[in-house]
Design a protein around this ligand. Structure first.
Ligand code: ATP
Ligand code: MG
Length: 565
């Protein structure tokens, strides 16, 4: 069994593989594959499959292939192929030279189909798609045999050859497996293996006029790549007999073992490329990589570290029972990782100007600030301090209620890494809006401690007005208001459950000058406010755009405790 430090505990799949290895099955090798269809961007559900397939290969000294299951030319694009490769690498996995495409096997799939025809196990059916559906029967009623089921081998071969040659319009014929129209498993009621499509394929162009179905091409692709364990999600359990049938009756070189596991479902999260595409196309989000999207590219832009996503996948583990995982757990993993790694900075989201009346005009001090209390090696930095500062507007109340301990008229607070200040005056405009505070500072409290031992009840973040950079900050929240996506009402879609506050854009934030020149993607904490990152796409050196990744408050511990009770 695996001993890799930090490897997840052995789940049922790792146990099967360990037993197979011990028994010498598959020649003692472990070869897995991650087989995305390039019809959309990868999402957090795919991350579970990627971590499993690549993780298992790594732990057992095997290898994992990246294979594009590109059997449906009408929905697939090169853009998706490129994005998928980028996302798998970003997540921390490498397929080395083992990059494959199901379309590379079209010729073999075709030859195997000819073999099935010749051995009487496949036939060309000329029912319309509606008729095929109607003949298939239901879960309670058996299907009926197609009137074309007993065509001769010669006639089948002739028709199939002409299907390939492009002689027939779409829908005129399909190739079907001859299995059992009375099978309790609908997937075995003479499933379609090939359909005619006059579509350009993103790799094979116009070369093919007919395309294999996923259920047929997938086992063949696995076998041609020598896959030992074909790991997929539970909805394919009912397809496994067809997977095995295909490998049993074609000249496939080996017989990989299909094993199913429960897919990831997350609260407040859409987990289907088709539905995500809809959100994109209808303009509910700014694209596949919108930081509110559950896509890996969205999470990258949001500031989720790949290590946090891997830790999340390890934590949820692999099982055979469908369940719904809390989004709060994923966010918890993000906080844990960022808490270890993210430098602390100061930034003010809603600035309120503060003038220190007794601080010399023109004077600037460089105060020492700790970069990361969790990581002594991160060291310290210098933060400029001067007579005019910005504080968070929320940190001042003119008429504070009892439990408000931050700044108020006459009250003293600490400025982080700086001095104690006391509010002596509130300046308002004609409309009565507070425009500025006048404060005094105590020079004896440098570093944040009073020599006479007096205490203050709050420590506030701040920036020096003359040194701060202006930034746009985007505050993100969950995209949906629906906790259980499976509970969506009939006839509605996710567009009906959008959280109107999923994005709040603040355009006049002031951030400390050390952020000048920060690289896109740079992740950090704004003290007291949360974890943030420099936006990968929209930020410019002279116009910073910053995304809030997560707030600091972590509801996960509370959720867990409530569950135990
Ligand atoms: P979607 O429903 O989002 O379109 P899919 O299953 O059609 O997903 P594929 O590109 O076919 O997407 O999936 C590639 C691999 O990722 C498959 O092996 C699939 O089982 C796995 N996968 C997809 N969604 C999840 C999920 N939510 N949890 C775990 N694995 C998943
Ligand atoms: Mg799919």
């Amino acid at each position: 069994m695996s001993t890799r430090p930090g490897a997840p505990p052995p789940d049922f799949i790792r146990q099967i593989i360990a037993a197979d290895l011990k028994a010498g099955k598959h020649g003692g090798r472990v070869i897995t594959r991650f087989p995305p269809e390039p019809n959309g961007y990868l999402h957090i559900g795919h991350a579970k499959s990627i971590c499993l397939n690549f993780g298992v290969a790594r732990e057992f000294g095997g290898r994992c292939h990246l294979r594009f299951d590109d059997t449906n030319p009408t929905k697939e694009e090169q853009e998706y192929v490129d994005a998928i490769m980028e996302d798998v690498r970003w997540l921390g996995f490498d397929w080395g030279e083992h990059l494959y495409y199901a379309s590379d096997y079209f010729e073999q799939c075709y030859d195997y189909a000819v073999h099935l025809i010749k051995t009487g196990r496949a036939y060309v059916c000329s029912l319309t798609p509606e008729e095929i559906r109607e003949y298939r029967g239901t879960l309670t009623a058996p299907g009926r045999e197609s009137p074309y089921r007993n065509r001769s081998v010669a006639e089948n071969l002739d028709l199939f050859t002409r299907m390939r040659a492009g002689e027939f319009p779409e829908g005129a014929h399909v190739l079907r497996a001859k299995i059992d129209m009375a099978s309790p498993n609908l997937n075995l009621r003479d499933p379609v293996l090939y359909r005619i499509l006059h579509a350009e394929h993103h790799r094979t162009g116009g070369r093919w006029r007919l395309y294999p179905m996923y259920d047929y091409a997938h086992p063949i692709s696995d076998a041609l790549e020598d896959i030992t364990h074909s790991l997929c999600t539970l909805e394919f359990e009912d397809h496994r007999p067809l997977y095995d049938w295909t490998l049993d009756y074609t000249p496939a070189p080996c017989h990989p073992q299909q094993i199913e596991f429960a897919r990831l479902n997350l609260t407040y999260t859409v987990m289907s490329k088709r539905r995500l595409l809809k959100l994109v196309n209808e303009g509910h989000v700014a694209g596949w990589d919108d930081p509110r999207m559950p896509t890996l590219s969205g999470m990258r832009r949001r500031g989720y570290p790949p290590a946090a996503i891997r830790a999340f996948c390890d934590t949820i583990g692999i099982g055979r029972r469908e369940n719904l995982v809390e989004l709060a757990l994923l966010e918890h993993c993000v906080r844990e990782e960022l808490n270890r790694t993210a430098p602390r900075l100061m930034g003010v989201l809603n600035p309120l100007k503060v003038v220190l009346l007794n601080y010399p005009e023109g004077q600037v001090e460089e105060l020492e600030a700790v970069n990361n209390p969790e990581d002594p090696a991160a060291g310290t930095r210098r933060v400029p301090f001067s007579r005019v500062l910005y504080l968070e507007r929320d940190d001042f109340l003119e008429d504070p209620p009892k439990k408000f301990f931050r700044l108020a008229p006459g009250r003293e607070v600490r400025l982080r890494y700086a001095y104690f200040i006391r509010c002596v005056d509130v300046v308002k405009d004609q409309a009565g809006q507070i425009v500025e505070l006048h404060c005094t500072y105590d020079p004896a409290t440098k570093g944040g401690h009073a020599p006479d031992g007096r205490k203050v009840q709050a420590t506030l973040h701040w920036v020096s007005a003359g040194h701060a950079l202006t930034a746009q900050v985007r505050l993100y929240d969950r995209l949906l208001t629906l906790a259980d996506p499976a509970a969506m009402e009939e006839g509605r879609d996710f567009g009906d459950y959008l959280n109107p506050d999923s994005l709040v854009t603040l355009t006049d934030c002031r951030v400390e000058p050390s952020l000048a020149g920060a690289a896109p993607g740079f992740a950090f904490q704004f003290e007291r406010l949360g974890y943030f990152c420099v936006d990968l796409k929209d930020s410019r050196p002279d116009a910073l755009v910053i995304n809030r990744t997560v707030t600091l408050k972590d509801p996960w511990a509370k959720i867990q405790k409530a569950r135990m009770e």
